[in-house]
Design a binder for this molecule. Structure first.
Ligand code: 0O2
Length: 215
């Protein structure tokens, strides 16, 4: 099948859907690799510490139109070459933890690994976004072995607590419901909710420490 998807928006180049699918394949493999590594890490921690730092993991591959839109926002031509070179979250993994300390423990373990290269870290937990968004974002490079050799593939890992994830999911829905223009009163309520989520995370950590000190 040689399906051609043509998009005429100014100087945008025509891209072949099949070629895009081929480009996205290593990102899927990178996520498969990462997921296995994270599951091993979690299982090992469970045996050693009797607690699992990971509540759940979700993965997604960015859609071609979202990749192109992101390139356009950055004023970069939406080609496959540019997608590979300039978009680092084509492969996305979200790791949801119970406690903030679990997030930083996982980050430390990731940093110590030889098979994952940390490229960039954005700490929206220490410095939340103006709307209240919190998460630890890490751009990594993972080697993926393909028939033609080893490819270093970028992926974005987002680490959050359950409370941060709850907030972000609702905010994301509201953001799209209002077509990216959230009314001011809702923005304020969301900010308050983010602060409540932060307090909840701190409280839960305190309780855990207390329980640990007793056992
Ligand atoms: P999706 O559907 O989750 O993939 P940059 O890469 O630095 O040029 P970018 O991509 O905006 O700029 O980076 P950043 O700040 O690391 O945020 C990327 C992702 O974080 C977003 O991906 C969301 O998943 C999440 N995120 C960031 N800010 C917010 C926010 O205010 N609310 C919510 N709910 N999520 C947020 P995408 O591509 O937007 O969407």
């Amino acid at each position: 099948m040689n399906v051609m998807e043509k998009k005429h928006t100014g100087k945008i180049e025509i891209e072949d859907v099949k070629q895009w699918s081929l480009l996205l394949l290593p990102y899927k493999f990178a996520l498969d690799e990462l997921k296995t590594k994270m599951n091993i890490m979690a299982e090992e921690t469970m045996y050693m510490n009797d607690s699992n730092p990971i509540e759940h993991i979700k993965t997604r591959i960015k859609k071609v139109n979202s990749i192109q839109a992101k390139l356009e926002r950055k004023n970069i031509a939406p080609t496959m070459r540019n997608a590979k070179d300039y978009i680092f979250d084509i492969a996305g993994m979200r790791i949801v933890c119970s406690f903030i300390t679990d997030i930083y423990d996982i980050y430390t373990r990731l940093s110590n690994r030889k098979d994952i290269k940390i490229i960039e870290v954005k700490d929206y937990i220490k410095s939340p976004k103006a709307n209240g968004y919190q998460s630890l974002h890490i751009i990594v490079q993972v080697p993926v072995t393909l028939s033609h050799g080893i490819e270093q593939v970028y992926a974005e890992i987002q680490l959050r607590t359950l409370a941060m994830d709850f907030w972000a999911s609702l905010e994301h829905k509201i953001y799209y419901k209002y077509d990216k223009e959230i009314p001011e009163n809702l923005e304020k309520e969301l900010l308050k909710a983010a602060q409540t989520a932060k307090l909840m995370d701190e409280k839960m950590m305190g309780i855990r420490e207390e329980v640990r000190s007793l056992s």
